[in-house]
Design a protein around this ligand. Sequence first.
Ligand code: UT7
Length: 330
Amino acid sequence: MHPQLPNAVICATGSYLPQKVLTNKDLEKMVDTTSEWIETRTGILERRLADDDMASAEMGYRASLKAIKGAGVKAEDIDLIIVATVTPDYQFPSTSCLIQEKLGAKRAACFDIGAACPGFIYALTCGAQFLKTQEYKLVLVVATDTLSRITDWQDRNTCVLFGDGAGACILKAEQGDHGIISCLLGADGSGEDLLKLPAGGSRLPAKETTIKERLHYLKMNGNEVFKFAVRIMEKAARDILKKNGMESKDVDWFIPHQANIRIIESVAKRLNVPLEKVVVNVQKYGNVSGASTAIAVDEMNRSGKFKKGNLILLDAFGSGLTWASCLIRW
Ligand code: UT7
């Protein structure tokens, strides 16, 4: 932390989860699976699904409205909107532009970030830089995903894992020792094939064969991603703590990406973080990509569990491969 420069502070949060609930029992009727398998192998009990007429921008907009209200600011005062998503409404225009229009945030510059599950942390990091350099005063960061649209509902290996939802926060520049203290971002493109949406981009544009081969649905090598996740989340957490002269015992709340309870518990164990300090919502929402950590931050904030001065560690991994960690002093 540089003493003269302001910090980026999360001054309000919001989230939106669609009403429709898909339980493990429901999935038993759709693919060859059991509630017991899903619960024991993933920790997921249910997930939310967006209605047909709702997509990522609308969910991000609804989460943003709550954050804006909480911050007591006007949409017109926002300088920048950054949206993390792997399920944008369109290839272009960006989802951030769609949210800007819905909010009436006329002054805001807008861009999307495609960093998959660590997307919220990547977006927070970007937003924080614009505030630290004093380029901007107010930044809206959103993570929103409608993973149900790219989920193959015939593939039991993946369809039990994902859900829809959005989280948002307002960042502003403030002097002091609280706010986003430190961020660590990483990527390894050699893991391209472990988790990807093969078709719909410029490599394999939509045509009859891509549809027939179900290439517009996400494909994942679950085992390999699992091993990577445990290793990289431990490393990203250790590295950021070390960089800041801290230890895992200094952490008050650990908010890992919500992909699988077994990944979360393995990482917490390796880091020596007791489970009482680990924030978990995977049982309620499944994996909502970047929105998972954003929703967790909002739920913790709204329930009053974050106390002034608490040290919060965010930690995530995802397609790319990518990873990110972030330390926040509340
Ligand atoms: O945000 C990042 C995105 N993704 C992730 O983080 C996912 C990371 N990976 C995982 O969470 C886990 O690897 C999975 C939950 C995907 C799979 O759990 P696993 O313990 O690694 O199981 P597995 O892939 O080793 O499969 C074990 C067995 C297989 O059967 P055989 O080949 O041993 O006969 C699968 O076919 O479980 C079978 N299986 C299922 N059985 C019932 C896979 N999915 C299901 C299912 N219901 N839904």
